[in-house]
Ligand binder design. Structure first.
Ligand SMILES: Cc1ncc(COP(=O)(O)O)c(C=O)c1O
Ligand SMILES: N[C@@H](CCCC[NH3+])C(=O)O
Length: 416
């Protein structure tokens, strides 16, 4: 189902023309579809039916409270990487008992709060982190359930900045080191070994790297069992890609079916940490064309969204579809550089786009629901965009546009 269809020549978000959303809430504005979020989460649930599982949505992809609330109501767990993400999950009504805590630099304060909330599992990323966690847990007399994030050293075939499972990456512990970390964990009081995890990268468009990683994890599970360390769950992380342009990632169903086939009859609960595959195509970024500028080299469409709102094109040369909210079947198109107002040459949203654009037009960037708003900043003292969630014919403002007072909050001039 298309949650962002054209009807009568106007782009809609579920039942509402996006032009109405832009008029009411201004631009730039992120628009999320509740229906699309629910549909992708349900694809995971359906594919995992009949098998012990936990789907921990990766909060970093889109941490708006309404997004977390939508998923929590469907029974989602959450993958977090900071205290801030943990508090968001709680504020959104999420169950801390379904939270896994990833990240290479967890602080004792963050561990303490997670222990107090009795989260499901800490995904340990180093031997040093285990020692710190054991200390915090002992001080609080609380048991920390742990999994060791192993770095299976498989090539995820994705952009180098979002590849995380190669031995040169900072994430996890090597396969060689894993056994020693488990043995140490097993002998520590207040530490309970429950699982193993990995996350090999993001925007993967093939199943084979996942299966290679899974095979390595299963071999480790067997070796651990031989040593008397029996695991309860296996967490394969996130990483499933989506179609932004012409990529052909496996469907959620095919991906999960392949994992289940490899797992066979093993009595392990399967955990996943999907972010992008739940949220990316559930969101648009609306932006208004302020000026058109023609130079001998290029046609520039200067829009009111910029790299501070959507960093992915500037950071990864990511390609996001850009369309005009008004469909003009017969209008002549030209080639445009769609750029923002930020003072950086790298501030572009799309290059060489064939579009029919007039000053004042409303454009929509697709695939903006994941790693969009969460990676935004106030660079150039630009207030961050509003966020809206549509649900059928209803439109909810789920984050107000920042004000200038918001962006100066907490700053002080020097004393006289
Ligand atoms: C540990 C961990 N889990 C899950 C994710 C979510 O990944 P994706 O959005 O590619 O599904 C990430 C980010 O790449 C991550 O670092
Ligand atoms: N931020 C990245 C995804 C990587 C997430 C972190 N593990 C992106 O926008 O594609």
């Amino acid at each position: 189902m298309d949650y962002f269809p054209y009807r009568d020549g106007e782009l809609h978000a579920e039942g509402t023309p996006v032009s109405k959303i832009a008029e009411r809430h201004g631009t730039p504005c992120y628009v999320y579809s509740r229906g699309a979020l629910e549909a992708s989460f349900r694809e995971y649930q359906d594919a995992l039916a009949g098998c012990e599982h936990l789907i921990c949505y990766a909060v970093k992809a889109n941490s708006n409270l309404a997004v977390l609330d939508t998923l929590a109501r469907l029974g989602a767990g959450f993958d977090i990487v900071s205290l801030g993400e943990l508090e968001r999950v709680i504020a959104a009504g999420g169950d801390p008992g379904k939270v896994v805590f990833s990240g290479v630099g967890k602080k004792p304060l963050e561990m303490a709060r997670a222990l107090e909330l009795d989260i499901a599992c800490f995904n340990l990323e180093s031997a040093a982190e285990l020692e710190v966690l054991a200390g915090v847990a002992a001080q609080l007399a609380k048991t920390a359930r742990v999994s060791v994030r192993v770095n299976p050293d498989v090539d995820a075939n994705t952009h180098p900045y979002i590849s995380t499972g190669l031995k040169e990456n900072k994430f996890g512990v090597t396969m060689d080191e894993a056994m020693a970390v488990y043995q140490r964990a097993a002998e520590l009081p207040f530490i309970e070994v429950v699982g193993v995890d990995c996350h090999i990268g993001s925007q993967l468009t093939q199943i084979s790297p996942f299966i290679d990683a899974l095979k390595r994890l299963l071999a480790l599970v067997d070796d651990l069992a031989d040593q008397g360390i029996v695991l309860h769950h296996l967490d394969l992380g996130g990483g499933l890609g989506v179609c932004y342009r012409d990529e052909q990632p496996p469907s959620i169903g095919d991906y999960i079916a392949a994992v289940r086939a490899e797992l066979g009859e093993r009595p392990l609960t399967l955990v996943f940490e999907p972010g992008r595959s739940i949220a990316a195509n559930a969101g648009l970024l609306l932006t208004r064309v302020e000026y058109l500028k023609r130079t001998p080299e290029h046609n520039f469409a200067l829009v009111d969204a910029a790299m501070n709102d959507m960093l992915r094109p500037a950071l990864y040369q990511a390609w996001l579809d850009i369309r005009n909210a008004r469909q003009q079947a017969s209008a002549a198109t030209e080639c445009w550089e769609v750029v923002g107002p930020v003072c950086e040459t790298g501030d572009f949203l799309g290059k060489q786009r064939e579009l029919s654009i007039e000053q004042g037009d409303l454009l929509a960037l697709s695939g903006a629901g994941a790693y969009g708003f969460t990676m935004s900043s106030n660079y150039n003292s630009r207030p961050r965009a509003a966020e809206v969630m549509v649900d059928g014919d209803s439109v909810h403002l789920v984050r107000e546009r920042e004000t200038l007072a918001d962006i100066m909050r907490g700053e002080h001039r020097l004393p006289d």
